[in-house]
Design a protein around this ligand. Structure first.
Ligand SMILES: Cc1ncc(COP(=O)(O)O)c(C=O)c1O
Length: 393
């Protein structure tokens, strides 16, 4: 079987990271990796904070956060006045859910590709308010038109108070047609929250053009920001209804400051986030995206071949810059979350490779990512050694 050529490496890129060289880090998608220069930028900000905490917090911090917010919103093509910095995508989702004012009889609609913790958040808000949670099944092989059609026929106008749809799914590494889904929901008057946790940095996006009521994205995955950096983008009509999870001194300032200011916290991750974008731009955005996507595709094929998976059975992610790819595991492997976790740990310990092992619809999947610090031989080594490990049961 012919395997696609791996991309040209980006020379020296690995040296920008402090990753343990004895390990293949093939799961950038879960927690990212912060370049050394960005870690240093954050440490300098922390030094400044510790040199005079009073001055740091009381003189200009709110303005510095606003400046950062404008910078990040510009990068994402989002309206800066509708953008709030939050700690992570999970927080952004919770902020939206508890601001909706759900009531008994209302429902929140999600798909079965949604992120587990987001599902729990929806369930809790439904329990708290007497609303219900309904999940739509979207087959892995559904094309964009089918996805839109499944959503269109799943909406219950008047009753569905929120549709949550992923821009790029975590468990299935699948690009959903977010703008088209928002379009059909809008026609039926259903607000949409787009969970775009993986989009910033990886996908060339314009948040404004998606047109969602709410959009959340992590900068701490593919945009090289320190952990704890995400944005919640809110469309004009909703902004005044958005309440923070924790009420603090900026409550009277309205959106976005009231969501961002969460009392005494370490805000240095946000302030250092532009250094992550600087790194990305210095490497070349298009070059990084093309490299990562091609490397993930290469990894999918070599590992897929080694496991005897026909190329036609390797899921396509649906976009040219998607840098995560799925490989089906043999039947019976990693069919529960506990089994998936145990397998991931075994792969890390025995093969010195960090990968994601997913369970989706009772089937086990390996998810591989490509990043500038990865090289083709890391996937080759995994391909050689994984079949024997799986055969041991
Ligand atoms: C689709 C999706 N939503 C939400 C999250 C949660 O991100 P965080 O842990 O940064 O809140 C993730 C994390 O991987 C994700 O993939």
């Amino acid at each position: 079987m012919t395997v696609p050529q791996p991309p040209e490496p980006i020379p020296g890129a690995r040296l920008l990271f402090s990753l343990d060289p004895s390990v293949s880090h093939l799961n950038h998608g879960s927690f990212g990796a912060v370049p050394i220069g960005v870690q240093r930028a954050q440490q300098r900000l922390r030094d400044e904070m510790e040199a005079n905490p009073l001055r740091f917090f009381t003189q200009g911090l709110v303005d510095r956060i606003a400046h950062t917010r404008r910078h990040l919103a510009g990068f994402l093509g989002a309206d800066p006045d509708g953008t709030a910095l939050v700690g992570n995508a999970t927080t952004g989702v919770a902020v939206v859910l508890q601001s909706l004012g759900l009531r008994p009889g209302d429902e929140v609609l999600t798909t079965d590709h949604g992120y587990g913790a987001v599902g729990f958040s929806v369930q809790r808000e439904c329990r708290r308010t007497g609303a219900t949670h309904r999940t739509l099944h979207v087959p892995l092989t559904a094309d964009d038109e089918e996805v839109v059609e499944i959503v269109r026929s799943g909406l219950r106008p008047g009753r569905t108070k929120l549709l949550v749809v992923d821009q790029l799914t975590s468990a299935t590494a699948r690009l959903f047609p977010a703008a088209a889904v928002v379009g059909v929901a809008r026609e039926r008057g259903v607000p949409v929250l787009v969970d775009a946790a993986h989009a910033p940095g990886m996908l060339p996006i314009s948040v404004a053009s998606i047109g969602a009521d709410f959009w959340v994205g992590n900068l701490h995955k593919w945009a090289y920001a320190p952990r704890g950096t995400a944005v919640l983008v809110v469309a004009e009509p909703w902004r005044e209804r958005i309440e923070p999870l924790v009420v603090s001194w900026e409550q009277e300032a309205g959106f976005p400051a009231r969501v961002e200011w969460q009392a005494t916290l370490d805000y240095t991750a946000w302030l250092a986030a532009p250094a992550g974008l600087f790194t990305l731009r210095s490497l070349g955005l298009d070059r990084v995206r093309a490299h990562n996507a091609a490397l993930a595709a290469y990894g999918q094929r070599v590992v897929g071949d080694a496991l005897g998976v026909a190329p036609a059975d390797l899921p396509e992610p649906g976009g040219p810059t998607v840098s995560m790819r799925l490989i089906p595991l043999p039947p019976g492997v990693a069919t529960t979350m506990d089994a998936a976790k145990a397998l991931r740990t075994r792969i890390a310990e025995r093969l010195a490779a960090e990968v994601a092992v997913m369970t989706w619809l009772d089937r086990g999947w390996l998810r591989l990512c490509g990043q500038v610090y990865n090289t083709p031989d890391e996937y080759d080594r995994l391909a050689v050694r994984l079949p024997a490990l799986l055969a041991q049961g």
